[in-house]
Design a protein around this ligand. Structure first.
Ligand code: ZN
Length: 175
């Protein structure tokens, strides 16, 4: 794995940063893609759950954690879930700096040779360099939190906490 890599469960979106967080395959090996709550012994623990059902579950947790209105939390969760392998049919990479899903080619940043970046979005990364190279993690929190606060209808402090937690799972901000 090289430098320690936090994976996101491709069913529920939970970050998996210790071995205990990973689900298991039928042969007992750790799953590459899914967390222990979603996937055990090579099968989903809730094989029939739909993306809407999952959005309800995740939304309820988010709503509790960050005092987000239930409905907003569900919508937000559904959007996040729609980028995960279980629901999208393929794993959609997210920008390692801001977390934006890289759904289409035009979402991707560019390398110095003009090729598309597999890791960063077009807003964060162009011509092989960050568009804001001096941005610190804390500045990034302050940059994205107001957007999150107004999207979710939550107080700025809650939004900052949420963004801080989320950014800490992304490669650019991980130590
Ligand atoms: Zn980005």
């Amino acid at each position: 794995m090289g430098s320690r890599c936090i994976r996101t469960c491709q069913s529920c979106g939970m970050p998996m940063d210790s071995e205990d967080d990973f689900g298991t395959e039928a042969d007992g090996a750790l799953s590459d893609d899914y967390c222990t709550h979603c996937y055990q012994n090579g099968a989903f623990t809730e094989p029939d759950i739909t993306i809407d059902g999952m959005a309800k579950v995740c939304g309820a947790i988010m709503s509790q954690l960050y005092a987000i209105p239930q409905k907003k939390a569900e919508e937000f969760s559904r959007e996040q879930l729609s980028c995960l392998k279980r629901w999208a049919g393929r794993e959609v990479a997210v920008c390692g700096s801001c977390g934006m899903p890289l759904l289409r080619d035009e979402d991707a940043g560019t390398e110095a040779d003009g090729s598309l970046s597999a890791e960063y979005c077009t807003y964060c990364y162009r011509d092989g360099a960050f568009t804001e190279p001096d941005l610190t993690g804390e500045q990034a929190v302050m940059k994205y939190a107001p957007m999150m606060a107004s999207n979710l209808g939550i107080p700025p402090l809650e939004a900052e906490e949420m963004v801080r937690q989320y950014l800490s799972t992304l490669p650019r901000w991980r130590e």
